[in-house]
Design a protein around this ligand. Structure first.
Ligand code: FES
Length: 392
């Protein structure tokens, strides 16, 4: 609708009593009359309201309809391609040495971008074309009008409803089933994609290969073969700088975050970097003060998981997985900054405040003959938030 302000037009400023039809007259008015009356009461004169297709069912009209539908079909196809890429395209990192794997992996993000972009663009072009070809190009002139904040009465409500219904009717959208169907399909597929995108990362089969370190039941601390030694290392910022941890490195009351290191990965930059990035591996290594170490209540079955005053707990909050990074040595509590859950380190890190309901899993540790901390084995329960199959 084009509106132009024309203060010089001698039109009613609206709602004057002489303009108002009686209730009977109002009830007898057609929708078109109501639209014009409503516009007039608002100080708007509809100068021109042409039907873009005065002769119905012409070949040109049908062609225009097909073009719009074609864009919506394209949006549907691109949306489906987006979903397919999201689900089936190889998305796991492949090192450059694996030339073919790396090539397909490197196309994953561009594929998502291109298909989603084409889907959104096609939907937008279809919508624009529909507006251009099928919505009447109304020309109206409006006076400056200050209604002084008066509310709507029955007349205003009736005329505005008539105006809206009229706009919907004149758009002819209701009777163009080809356009409705293709638009519904395109928008539906796109909607599915936008919902599926954030959810896709969570889709994992927890029963698939339950002994793999990648399953939900295991972490990067799981030895890859019986007897493999997994050290505790710190992250210096350089994945290739191996800095192992000894008991004397921590003062009483100190906490350090540690990750797994295995000798087989010493000369493998990819593996070293990956070990530091795994979301299930960060562990808080805590050295209790002597007076606190005497007061520890250990969890049943985990009495030997600590090494003297050294305790290692998963850093992944059991509420929704934030890092429980804040260890307060005076209270011996680990605090999760996300929703303020607190875990009592003197009582096997059980939650004592906040929304978390499970204790932080404890990593069994000891000191190897070379003087460095090692993990005795993986966690004995899944780390992080609960899920249906989790038993602890
Ligand atoms: S994620 Fe830790 S309290 Fe919510």
């Amino acid at each position: 609708m084009e509106h132009s302000e024309a203060g010089s037009h001698n039109m009613s400023s609206g709602n004057g009593p002489e303009q108002r039809p009686s209730e009977e007259e109002l009830a007898a008015m057609s929708r078109d009359e109501l639209v014009r009356l409503g516009a007039k009461l608002d100080g708007v004169e509809i100068v021109n309201y042409p039907d873009p297709w005065p002769v119905k069912g012409t070949r040109a009209e049908k062609r225009a309809q097909r073009v719009v539908a074609l864009w919506f079909v394209l949006a549907t196809l691109a949306g489906l391609a987006f979903l397919a890429a999201l689900i089936w395209w190889p998305s796991e990192y492949r090192p450059p040495e694996d030339e073919q794997g790396h090539f397909w992996y490197s196309l994953y993000t561009p594929m998502l971008g291109i298909t989603l972009g084409v889907a959104v663009l096609s939907l937008a072009v279809g919508g624009l074309l529909y507006t251009k070809r099928f919505i009447p190009d109304e020309l109206a002139v409006q006076e400056r009008n200050d209604n002084m904040g008066k509310g709507s009465d029955e007349l205003d409500r009736k005329t505005i409803v008539a105006h809206l219904t009229d706009a919907g009717e004149r758009s002819t959208f209701g009777r163009r089933s080809m356009i409705k169907r293709t638009l519904g399909l395109g928008a539906g597929v796109l909607g599915l994609g936008t919902v599926a995108l954030p959810l896709a990362g969570f889709i994992k089969n927890p029963w698939k290969d339950p002994e793999s370190p990648d399953s939900l039941a295991h972490t990067g601390w799981k030895p890859q073969y019986p007897g493999e030694i997994v050290y505790l290392r710190r992250n210096t910022g350089d994945p290739q700088e191996i800095s192992l941890v000894r008991p004397e490195d921590l003062d009483a009351g100190a906490m350090e975050t540690v990750w797994p290191f295995r000798e087989s990965e010493r000369d493998d930059p990819e593996a070293l970097s990956a070990a530091l990035k795994r979301s299930d591996t960060p562990v808080m290594l805590i050295r209790l003060r002597p007076e606190d170490a005497d007061r520890v209540v250990k969890r049943k079955g985990q009495e030997d998981f600590n090494y003297g005053p050294y305790y290692a707990y998963s850093k992944i909050c059991t509420h929704v997985g934030c890092p429980t990074s804040l260890y307060e040595q005076q209270t011996n509590r680990a605090l999760c900054p996300c929703h303020q859950s607190q875990f009592d380190i003197l009582q096997y890190a059980k939650p004592v405040f906040g929304p978390a309901t499970r204790a932080l899993p404890q990593l069994p540790i000891t000191v190897h003959s070379d003087g460095y901390f090692i993990a005795r084995h993986d966690f004995i329960e899944p780390i992080g938030p609960g899920y249906w199959e989790r038993k602890s």
